[in-house]
Design a protein around this ligand. Structure first.
Ligand code: FES
Length: 199
């Protein structure tokens, strides 16, 4: 499969490390040596790893047992993204950006159950699917339309009860990739498990 470059040509520091990695991979076991320090200290290489391993891939952020009922939600953070996982009125699980469209405050804290998602800072209130419902002190007008201010929604999939998110929204569908292991996982009935206690 052709290697994808998420951000165009890699910076020189990354290219150097990638060349070193390619060279190391060709060495006989008797010639093996440790990675140079740059693999652990380079900010550019860290960014590449975060983009390739975590942003442009399906990552499990929780289990549907944590959002069993309409309005159940939990918040989490992943590679600098504030996430809000919620079961909306359509009974679907959504992964939203937990970042208020007003001034960027976190909309919800911790976990719980809510009929609406209300930001404590100035009271902007969102529906469970992320649509902005109320923006106190703001008036719809030429420069402001609630329809333009929904919480960002990330691509997500529920597989065998596990909630996965694809932050970049570019990963191929998840279920086909896991088809080979599905018969083994299904034996444990993970989709039927639930939480007895919430943190
Ligand atoms: S930052 Fe959320 S309502 Fe102002």
């Amino acid at each position: 499969m052709a290697e994808r470059h998420l951000n165009g040509a890699a910076p020189a520091a990354v290219q150097k490390l990638q060349a070193e990695l390619a060279e190391l991979s060709q060495l006989a076991r008797s010639q093996a040596r440790t990675l140079s320090a740059g693999f652990y200290t380079s900010p550019e290489y860290l960014k590449l790893e975060r983009d390739r391993l975590f942003r442009d891939a399906w990552i499990c952020v929780g289990h549907i047992g944590a959002v069993a009922n309409v309005g159940d939600y939990f918040t989490t953070e992943f590679v600098d993204e504030q996430l809000l996982v919620v079961r909306d009125t359509g009974a679907t699980v959504k992964v939203l950006a937990n970042v208020c469209r007003h001034r960027g405050s976190r909309v919800m804290q911790g976990a719980g159950t809510a009929a609406r998602l209300t930001c404590a800072y100035h009271g902007w209130t969102y529906a469970l699917d992320g649509r902005l419902m109320a923006a106190p002190l703001m008036k719809d007008g030429a420069s402001f339309d609630k329809k333009d201010c929904a919480l960002k929604q990330f691509t997500s999939e529920v597989w065998q009860g596990y909630i996965f998110v694809d932050l970049a929204g570019t990963a191929p569908p998840l279920a086909p990739q896991l088809r080979a292991i599905e018969p083994y996982i299904r034996n444990y009935h993970p989709a039927e498990q639930h939480f007895l206690y919430q943190a």
